[in-house]
Design a protein around this ligand. Structure first.
Ligand code: ZN
Ligand code: FE
Length: 269
């Protein structure tokens, strides 16, 4: 979940936590968009100078609410070719609970930015999907990330490759193989339900195949405001259960533990 430091979120960490408590949750994680190394700056993330304030705010809420709610401290880092060293250095600055790695760019195209929608008209949807899944596979292979964020974000605006495209299915499979090999978790995110595509990330086909490969899942609302805390959690957990997955991950100091979905839901009363 995000804070206003990324320039596209609202609310205080305390407000996010209060909503979680009201929903009966016992654990949440903040994972704001991380600063990026020089040359990769833009308006979608905190600056390096804001990292300290981010940590201070989350630590304070974590400590104040410690008896009632576990608050984990993470980051959502961008995976962009050429930024790996800088991102690794940034990750090394703190004892994080978890790091999400996300692909939001294909080369210089921030394909999830509504202002860049026109670029879809000059690219091939099939090529773009393959390039996207290839980057996600590469992000897993770096070994820098605990969770692969919204693993089919490329569908955000509803662009679809031809049904049954062999190339896209192969790229999807290669992505999942890379995630399995790197022992990463996949995020199951309700954010897609709030976007034009109107679907959970990732697609049920990907969830099913990941389940076969015994890849673990972490639920994320990707909330950019307190109103979205826990949004779509039941739908995400139901999709997992329907795919034969009965556990979700939690993280502490970058160690993964598994929680049964039954227990995760029971906690909410
Ligand atoms: Zn965001
Ligand atoms: Fe993201």
């Amino acid at each position: 979940m995000h804070t206003p430091r990324c320039h596209h979120a609202s609310g205080t960490v305390r407000e996010f936590a209060e909503v979680a408590l009201a929903m009966g949750m016992v654990e949440i994680g903040m994972s704001d968009h991380s600063p990026m190394p020089k040359g990769f700056m833009d308006d979608w993330r905190m600056s390096p100078a804001e990292l300290h304030g981010y940590l201070t705010e989350v630590e304070q809420v974590r400590d104040v609410l410690a008896d009632d709610l576990t608050v984990r401290i993470g980051l959502e880092a961008d995976f962009r070719l050429g930024s790996e060293e800088g991102v690794a250095r940034m990750i090394g600055l703190y004892d994080w609970d978890y790091i999400i790695g996300s692909v939001h760019y294909i080369e210089d195209w921030d394909f999830d930015n509504p202002a860049r929608l026109a670029h879809w008209d000059v690219v091939g949807v099939e090529e773009v999907y393959c390039a996207y899944f290839d980057l996600v596979a590469q992000s897993a292979a770096t070994g820098m990330f605990d969770i692969i964020g919204h693993p089919d974000l490329i569908k955000k605006f509803g662009h679809r490759p031809p049904e049954g495209s062999v190339r896209v299915l192969a790229a999807e499979e290669a992505m999942l193989q890379a995630v399995q090999k790197a022992d990463c978790a996949l995020e199951i995110s309700s954010a897609g339900l709030r976007k034009p595509v109107g679907e959970i990330y990732p697609h049920p086909r990907i969830v099913k195949r990941a389940a076969e490969l015994k890849i673990p899942f972490a639920y994320g609302s990707d909330a950019h405001g307190p109103d979205a805390v826990g949004h779509g959690m039941d739908a995400c957990l139901e999709l997992l259960e329907a795919s034969g997955v009965h556990e979700v991950c939690a993280f502490a100091k970058r160690k993964r533990s598994m929680q049964s979905i039954e227990r995760a839901q029971g906690h909410r009363g």
